[in-house]
Design a protein around this ligand. Structure first.
Ligand code: FE2
Length: 219
């Protein structure tokens, strides 16, 4: 494949992001923030360039499947019924299907991350109930960042949590639901830069890609 054609294919996915914005502006902004934080965390964890690129694209597209969720469910301001919640949960499989239909050269890697971004370490997540190391590392990274941004975002039906409150919830979840090592790295990343207060800008994306790898102690 020629270099220009490969570039065209990698750059085709922003149209999907624009479509998501037309459907639901909050989801688009959420995905932008998650992309910046996930890229920073993946860089700090020294992901291979190929894995970091798949994570970067998947974090922007992770909720693309919400395009297929009905308005009365997706935009419902109050608590969802069990049936509505089951419908929302289909977005990860819908997203996988959409990504697999793109011309992204790494669509298989990206689609797998999108499918599994709501799996949980204790096996209680969806769609496949994966547990522990069955969950790909990029999905465990995306899961933490996704939860953090959802908790600290302004929504019509609740006030946002502070950074400290959200980190306390994640710390509690690190006992059973999220990867404790990746959570520790996330805490380090979030303590040493201005990502907590950022609003998505191109300069933030560049800065996130330059964050130094996390150093772990032996214990
Ligand atoms: Fe999601």
């Amino acid at each position: 494949m020629s270099a220009p054609l490969m570039m065209d294919q990698q750059q085709a996915y922003p149209s999907l992001i624009t479509a998501l914005c037309e459907r639901n502006a909050y989801t688009r902004v959420h995905c932008d923030r998650v992309c910046i934080l996930a890229t920073a965390l993946g860089n700090a964890l020294r992901l291979r360039p190929r894995d970091l690129e798949a994570l970067r694209i998947a974090s922007q597209l992770h909720d693309i499947g919400k395009i297929g969720i009905r308005d009365e469910v997706l935009l419902k301001p109050g608590r969802l019924t069990p049936e509505e919640w089951e419908e929302v949960k289909t977005h990860s499989i819908r997203g996988e299907r959409i990504v697999n239909e793109t011309f992204l050269t790494n669509r298989t890697d990206v689609a797998a991350i999108v499918r599994h971004h709501h799996e949980s370490r204790d096996g209680s997540g969806y769609p496949d109930g994966l547990s522990g190391d069955e969950i790909p590392q990029s999905c465990r990274i995306l899961s933490i960042v996704d939860k953090y941004d959802a908790m600290t975002s302004v929504r019509v039906y609740r006030n946002p949590m502070s950074h400290g409150e959200a980190m306390a919830v994640l710390h509690e979840e690190s006992i059973s639901k999220i990867d404790p090592m990746i959570f520790s790295a996330f805490a380090i990343v979030m303590s040493r830069n201005d990502l907590r207060t950022m609003r998505p800008q191109p300069s933030h994306r560049r800065a996130a890609a330059r964050i130094a790898p996390v150093q772990y102690s032996a214990d």
